[in-house]
Ligand binder design. Sequence first.
Ligand code: TMP
Length: 208
Amino acid sequence: MFITLEGPEGSGKTTHLPHLVEYLHEKGFTVFPTREPGGTSIGEQIREVLHSLKNAEMNPRTETLLYQAARAQFVEQVIRPRLEAGEIVISDRYADSTIAYQGYGHQQDLEQVRALVNYATGGLTPDLTVLLDVDVEIGLERGTQRRAKGGEWNRLDAYQLEFHQRVRAGYLAMVKQEPERWVVVDAGKGWDEVQQQLCATILKKLAK
Ligand code: TMP
């Protein structure tokens, strides 16, 4: 079973994932949590190039290709072997992030971006994708608060409100296109309520 968590900035995916893993563990499931675009040494090096403030001139096509390079390695080195061993893999972001950010956000040709993503993943699609959906302004404000407490500021944080609005609209369009794969959780609610809904959604899928 391959499950992915997606969402616009400040949707809280990253803070929910460890608690979700603990919850599923208590229910008797062994889960392998991971995140994009890291998870491999090559991926971490590419992530540095993507995030570095030195690379302000990066073209959206370069950005798209770098994410696919990291992803191709991640799929072959981490995800496929785990799935083949029968594990449940939960990834904080995956291919849909590219469609949302590079496709809808940067307004790149969606068909071309989909083709690149498909090439990078070798066609590996999640069994379930949870969208932690949050109003863009609330999400960006959460990010600002996180950075004020010492969180990282990176090149991608310079993208403007309109960019993030297109990203969120892109996610919602993807949910409509493939409703059988996606479940939307309202991440604008309180943390505990979001966590509870996320756990329930995933448990339901695993218990099937
Ligand atoms: P986050 O997962 O910590 O929110 O941050 C990762 C950033 O990388 C976020 O701004 C989204 C961005 N990203 C893309 O633009 N495309 C991708 O394919 C992936 C995996 C992430």
